[in-house]
Design a protein around this ligand. Sequence first.
Ligand SMILES: O=C1O[C@H](COP(=O)(O)O)[C@@H](O)[C@H](O)[C@H]1O
Length: 233
Amino acid sequence: MVSAAQQQLHAFDDGQALANALSSSIADALRAAIDTRGEALIAVSGGSTPKRLFEALSHELLDWSRVTVTLVDERWVPDSDERSNARMVEALLLQHQAADAEFVPLYVETATPEAGIGEVRARVNALKQPFDVVVLGMGPDGHTASFFPGGDRLGEALDVSNTAQVLPMRAPGAGEPRITFTLRELLQAQTLYLHIQGDDKRVVLDQAEQPGSELPIASVLRAARPLNIYWCP
Ligand SMILES: O=C1O[C@H](COP(=O)(O)O)[C@@H](O)[C@H](O)[C@H]1O
């Protein structure tokens, strides 16, 4: 059952207003982490939605040299490929003030994520987890991170008793093979955001909030923890 008390919906008139507000909130969370433990760790989503957010975040004044950035998931393509989530982070987030941040990509140059998973695990193990900030997105099919409907390892990825930090994922709607942090890892974030845009996605979110929904995003909504939802039409 979804616990509405654990969710806070922040609605905005347009994508720029949302990006500015979300960027400011994330920057506050990163500053708090730096104040508390001297560094901060953030995992961001890919896809098309975060472009304005990354632009805004890249101008936030904070000690980015103490910030490590990674992705919640990645498409198994090199960063020369337009589909690469890392490519977008490098182009739009790791610039301006944020140019000093350290970036830990999830892709390695192997033919498949299964062949590269050892190296990805080593990189992820070296991160000082848990995350201070996780920013999830959501596709129109209700996927988040690379938790796709029909994914070959969806059950494992959503199983919060599974201690794997990252998993390969293949799914009919995914385009290419993926690598994804597991739900357990993402839910440990100190501050968890869901960033979505569009009336169509709001409808999907409403569907996911129905009891018994099998949409992957429903697993995030059902988790008993604060979730900050940022939405605009
Ligand atoms: O493939 C992906 O899609 C989702 C949603 O992307 P959007 O284009 O609908 O914003 C994204 O959250 C995820 O990180 C990405 O790999």
